[in-house]
Design a protein around this ligand. Structure first.
Ligand code: PLP
Length: 390
């Protein structure tokens, strides 16, 4: 715990550096692409509904405790929305309200991990906190190496690495940091392998899908709803990105009835919530969701940023995956040592994140949830950086 508390993540470190540098040389001279803080406002419905609740509803109830697993009306509104959108038949009691995706994941891992031999398997590139969350519940963290061809999943490695200890296989699509959306073919193939492995080892393997970027997609990209493909799927969700509310800490966990012993798994989720202190997710946010579930900010703003940055960077000569979702661009570093590349970028006041901690050295992540104007102003710096290598 001491080590975790004294060492900031690479992303946070760079973000803090950016703030110090901006104070020194002026905000307009620093191109901070470090962090995934949404840059578009929450949809209008969110603030309108919060104001209405504060004005019209009973203040004691608004700010009071809800049920530990979340307000029944909120859970009903969310499952109604999911059923309408995906043609499913979830009930309010399949859902547990949490404080954002971080809480959804730590609770889920804690609920299902039974022994220190259990393994949680992630696919590189992955959100670096997965390692912290997995090790925090005493599980072993295993990484499927990246498929650099298209950043889908290298199934030969899945075949090799999923074994009699695998308890959780975690995926994140649209992906942070690659921006890739896993295709239906990928989800089908993964489901087939995990299903076969469950039978082979006579053991449940949970497919945990971390989906805070589900609604942030471009050009009509479809994000398959994984419960339809694999029975032992647990969905973890957050409104941090879709509603631009990362500071308000609200999200949920879905344990469908189809999951083996689903009532026991849901009870374990409630137990893990208790142990970790994640009970009664923020009440005002839960109340707001009853009216605002399904709303999103103006994703077109992110698309404009993506188009500008992708066009300019590939025009200069950088190699990058065209993101279909989320708000990150994954770019090949111009030297093998991506940390050194990021240091050189820093000299141009370009703050971009080395993807080593995402399990993918040799690449960098550029968060384009920033102003369009900042991207435009940063292009000459990207050009100078490129020229310094050529
Ligand atoms: N999972 C992924 C893939 C993320 O990118 C993030 C945040 O950036 C999280 C989880 C954590 O989200 P939250 O802020 O809702 O806890």
């Amino acid at each position: 715990m001491y080590n975790l508390g004294t060492k900031r993540s690479a992303i946070r470190e760079l973000f803090e550096y950016g703030k110090r540098k901006a104070a020194e040389i002026g905000e307009e001279n620093v191109y901070d692409f470090s962090i995934g803080n949404p840059s578009i406002p929450a949809p209008e419905c969110v603030n309108r509904e919060i104001e209405r609740i504060l004005k019209e509803e009973n203040s004691v109830a608004v700010h009071g405790y809800t049920s530990a697993q979340g307000d029944a009306h909120t859970r009903q509104a969310i499952t109604d929305y999911l059923n309408k959108t995906h043609g499913t038949s979830f009930k309010a009691d399949n859902l547990y309200m949490t404080c954002g995706a971080a809480a959804s994941l730590t609770i889920t891992f804690k609920a299902v991990v039974e022994s220190s031999d259990d393994e949680i398997v992630a696919v590189a590139p992955f959100f670096p906190e997965y390692r912290v969350f997995a090790e925090g519940c005493n599980a072993k963290f295993k990484v499927i190496p990246p498929d650099e061809k298209d950043f889908q999943i290298d199934f030969s490695k899945v075949e090799e690495m999923v074994n009699e200890h695998t308890k959780v296989f975690i995926i994140n699509s649209p992906n942070n940091p690659s921006g890739v959306v896993y295709s239906e073919e990928t989800i089908k193939k993964l489901s087939e392998i995990l299903d076969r492995k469950q039978k082979e080892y006579n053991r449940v393997i949970y497919l945990v899908t971390d989906e805070p970027y589900r609604e942030i997609v471009y050009d009509g990209a479809e994000v398959p709803f994984v419960t339809k493909y694999y029975r032992n799927t647990i969905v973890t969700y957050s409104y941090s990105k879709s509603l631009s509310l990362p500071g308000e800490r609200i999200g949920w966990i879905l344990v469908p009835d189809e999951v083996t012993d689903s009532a026991a798994v849901y009870a374990a989720v409630c137990g893990a919530g208790r142990t970790l202190g994640y009970v009664c997710a923020p009440s005002l946010m839960q109340k707001m969701l009853i009216k605002c579930v399904g709303a999103t900010g103006d994703v077109n703003e992110y698309k404009k940023n993506r188009d500008l940055l992708y066009g300019e960077l590939t025009g200069i000569g950088y190699e990058c995956v065209k993101p279909e979702g989320a708000f990150y661009m994954f770019v090949k570093a111009l030297e093998k040592d991506s940390e050194s590349f990021c240091e050189k970028a820093k000299q141009e006041n370009l703050l971009i994140v080395d993807a080593e901690s995402f399990g993918c050295p040799g690449y960098v992540r550029i968060s384009y949830c920033v102003s369009y104007d900042m991207i435009k102003r940063s292009i000459p710096a990207f050009e100078r950086l490129y020229k310094s290598y050529n």
